[in-house]
Design a protein around this ligand. Structure first.
Ligand code: AMP
Ligand code: ZN
Length: 461
């Protein structure tokens, strides 16, 4: 059956065929490990996971690389501001390496909790400084890069075209739509390949241009080329990466090899919170651990993600997570009932369900449609082991561990959650008396709390 995927490069759904026989080579832009990943970041990871699982369902083997950015990603995309890792290290009183290790571990735990099918290769930027340097030196030799007093820049005017993903028109932009940060830059869209380190900069390496550190984009180009070759099948990331990071990856690779590194560029849309942006200032940044702390299975977040196509925005609410958790429990119950059933279900019916499911996932990973078929099977009036087996097969894509019992945990009442928040504030204010009083109130409502380094665990007494 044909697999169709939407390609940001061509702006249409295309039939997918791998370059190298049966092996699909994929590169996914991974996290910058300077803070906790949010459920927004995790939506992008669930999308990456579904792509993997659907490719495997179609019989392909995978060679998939995901990077961990542990250096050189500046606070702004426009090559300005502080290095995110260093900023975080200063704030938390740790070394950049400690920050990176700490948040990498927590990121990987989230992936495990979400039952994400792991990329074959996970690689850190700091382990590939030499590969990046070679890439930049080569670009310099070929005339695609130039040195200023602060950095080595990529010269976008040397390419036949720049902006193929997002459709930027360089001619229109020439009139200086953007404020120049570095007056020595030749073109507004030129970007830093390598940055000369100021005296007190924490992470820096020896290079032909003195002590310096990589620009953000070069790691992905260098590592994808190293592990997947000059041209591979699929490149993924969040939609925000299209206009800067991915355009610049394409530019760097085209400069070096003359090729766009990936045939398919696939991007996941954003998760919204109550219809708007997730932000610290609005106090609505949620982590996967917040979902777990409220007594929900992390797998409920997977089911929640399946309620929209990865190409559409998805709105997060606690009501939706509550409903997804109930759906998770119901699907597992339905699987059990089929497993214990002895009704006779005809082979054609099984095949028809299977085809419909396969068509749905192969139509650009249409998970909402695929889920409607999963529910048809789950709720089928005849109960049969064959249908249980079919659900198990579907679960190779869903990844909800349908054959494992889910603890039917009771939802923690809102009033208890409110008290927990109030106590958190009291502790931040160092008002221990109030904090103890609130703890007593929580106990009276039948719950206990255990303080952890990164929050509290709420248990029923
Ligand atoms: P950030 O931590 O903001 O640099 O985000 C890392 C990556 O996660 C981004 O490049 C996005 O691709 C993805 N991402 C961040 N926020 C969201 C969101 N709300 N929904 C979906 N993906 C997101
Ligand atoms: Zn990248």
């Amino acid at each position: 059956m044909e697999l169709k995927l939407y390609n940001t490069l061509t702006k249409r759904k295309e039939i997918f065929k791998p370059i190298h026989g049966n092996e699909v080579r994929i590169y996914s832009c991974g996290p910058t490990v300077y803070k906790d990943a949010t459920i927004g970041n995790m939506r992008t990871n669930v999308f990456m996971d579904i792509l993997r699982r659907v490719l495997k369902y179609n019989g392909y083997t995978l060679k998939h690389v995901m990077n961990i950015t542990d250096v050189g990603h500046l606070v702004s995309d426009a090559d300005e501001g502080e290095d995110k890792m260093i900023k975080s290290a200063k704030e938390e009183g740790k070394t950049p390496l400690e920050i990176a290790e700490f948040y990498t571990k927590r990121f990987l735990k989230d992936l495990k909790d979400l039952n994400i099918d792991m990329p074959e290769i996970i690689c850190k930027a700091t382990d590939h400084i030499d590969d990046m340097l070679k890439f930049v030196e080569e670009l310099m030799k070929k005339g695609y890069a130039y040195e200023t007093s602060t950095a080595i820049y990529f010269d976008v005017s040397k390419l036949d075209e720049y902006g193929v993903l997002s459709g930027i028109n360089l001619e229109e932009q020439k009139e200086g739509a953007r404020v120049e940060v570095d007056k020595e830059k030749k073109n507004p869209y030129d970007f830093a390949l390598w940055i000369k380190a100021p005296e007190n900069h924490l992470m820096k390496w020896d290079s032909p241009w003195g002590l310096s550190y990589p620009g953000w984009h070069i790691e992905c180009s260098a590592m994808s080329k190293k592990y997947l070759g000059e041209e591979f099948d699929i490149h993924t990331g969040g939609i925000d990466l299209i206009p800067t990071h991915h355009e610049n990856e394409i530019a760097q690779s085209k400069g070096l090899t003359g090729k766009n590194p990936a045939r398919f560029w696939i991007h996941g849309e954003y998760l919204l919170i109550n219809g708007g942006k997730m932000s610290k200032s609005l106090g609505n940044v949620y982590l996967l651990s917040d979902i777990i702390k409220r007594g929900y299975s992390p797998l409920s977040y997977r089911i929640f993600c399946f309620s929209a196509s990865y190409r559409n925005k998805l709105n997060f609410t606690w009501e939706a997570i509550d409903a997804s958790n109930k759906a998770l429990i119901k699907l597992k119950e339905a699987y059990r009932k089929h497993l214990e059933g002895n009704d006779d279900v005809q082979e054609e019916i099984i095949n028809e369900f299977e085809n419909k499911f396969h068509e749905a996932i192969n139509d650009d990973l249409n998970m909402p449609l695929a889920m409607s078929i999963v529910w048809e099977v789950a709720k089928y009036n005849l109960k049969s082991k064959k249908l249980a087996n079919l659900l198990l097969k579907f679960d190779t894509v869903l990844g909800i561990k349908i054959d494992e019992l889910e603890e039917n945990k009771e939802k923690i009442p809102d009033e208890v959650l409110e008290l927990v928040e109030k106590r958190k504030q009291a502790r931040q204010d160092k008002n221990w008396e109030l904090s103890d009083k609130i703890r007593d109130e929580i106990n009276k409502k039948g719950y206990n709390i255990k303080d952890q380094k990164d929050g509290v665990i709420i248990e029923k007494l």
